[in-house]
Design a protein around this ligand. Structure first.
Ligand code: 48H
Length: 268
């Protein structure tokens, strides 16, 4: 006989949700790493950071993760990755079909789900529906020390509600084409000298190489990965090949790990 479905009082559901969400927020008010954006670069970075034992939170504006992966190539549900980025996907159990010359084709839904599971299983926290719309900074030397967060729904409603702030030893801009966090730094902390030039037109191979090469700590406390790197350096876009995003996420994680835990430290 089938087990009977449990009875529940509504207030029990309410109390449980609020209490457990508040526990998470109280805990993440001070964190090691704040990753902004749950696209391919952000999810990859989060997995590597959490595996290295760093307290990692990903803030994602939308109520879903995956960023630009879901759009595939012009909404066809496939994207291409190339060696050596295939290892990052195999590590999270993603199914890859080999093409030619070190290229692979991947289903977008599989890749989004597996990258997110990879980050969560490693211990990263992903908070959906939260927009990072400002930074916390200090001077002498000028540096970024955290993010300012707001419910996306409040921003969309256009009502003024003062935000909350989350302290972080490192902030990573993984917000894609618009480099939103770096844009805030450029506009609101001019001493940092950051300018956003916007990406160049398409050249896939060159774009992939330069995105990974230029992944870095842009100013003290603020790192860039993924398409945000192309936006600050005005390097080309690549179209629906995603190896560079994954490798950039892995590289930025390694840079943060070395900064916070010392040279020689690695993601396990
Ligand atoms: C919270 C935010 C905020 C914010 C944005 O666009 P993404 O997928 O970013 P990447 O860099 O990991 O990957 C880029 C890739 O998807 C792509 O677009 C490619 C390869 N294009 C090539 C081409 O030629 O066009 O993900 C960014 C995520 C999204 O989920 C946003 O919703 C989120 O960041 N986000 N989250 N606070 N202020 N801004």
């Amino acid at each position: 006989m089938a087990e009977e479905i449990r009875e529940v009082e509504e207030e029990v559901i309410t109390r449980a949700i609020i209490q457990k969400a508040m526990e998470d927020w109280i805990n993440l008010a001070e964190t090691d790493v704040a990753v902004v954006g749950a696209g391919p670069s952000g999810l990859t970075a989060a997995r590597h950071l959490a595996k290295a034992g760093l307290k990692t939170v990903v803030f994602e504006r939308k109520l879903s993760f995956g960023g630009g992966i879901g759009g595939g190539g012009m909404q066809f549900h496939k994207i291409v990755v190339q060696t050596p980025a295939d290892k990052i996907l195999k590590d999270v159990g993603c199914k890859l079909e080999p093409l030619e010359n070190g290229l692979f084709i991947v289903d977008t839904a599989d890749m989004m789900a597996k990258l997110a599971c990879g980050a969560l299983d490693a211990g990263a926290k992903i908070i959906l529906g939260v927009t990072v719309d400002d930074l916390i900074y200090r001077d002498s030397p000028t540096r970024v020390v955290g993010v300012v967060v707001q419910w996306t729904s409040v921003i969309m409603a256009g009502i003024h509600v003062d935000p909350l702030a989350v302290k972080a030893k490192a902030v990573i801009d993984c917000t894609g084409h618009d480099a939103e966090v770096l844009a805030v730094a450029s506009r609101k902390i001019p001493e940092l000298g950051i300018t956003i030039q916007g990406e160049k037109s398409m050249w896939s191979s060159r774009a992939e190489e330069l995105t990974v090469k230029n992944t870095r700590e842009v100013c003290p406390g603020l790192f860039a990965a993924g398409m945000a790197v192309a936006a600050i350096d005005q390097t080309p876009r690549m179209g629906p090949i995603f190896g560079g995003m994954l490798l950039s996420g892995a590289k930025v994680a390694q840079l943060v790990i070395e900064k916070l835990k010392g040279k020689g430290a690695k993601s396990s």
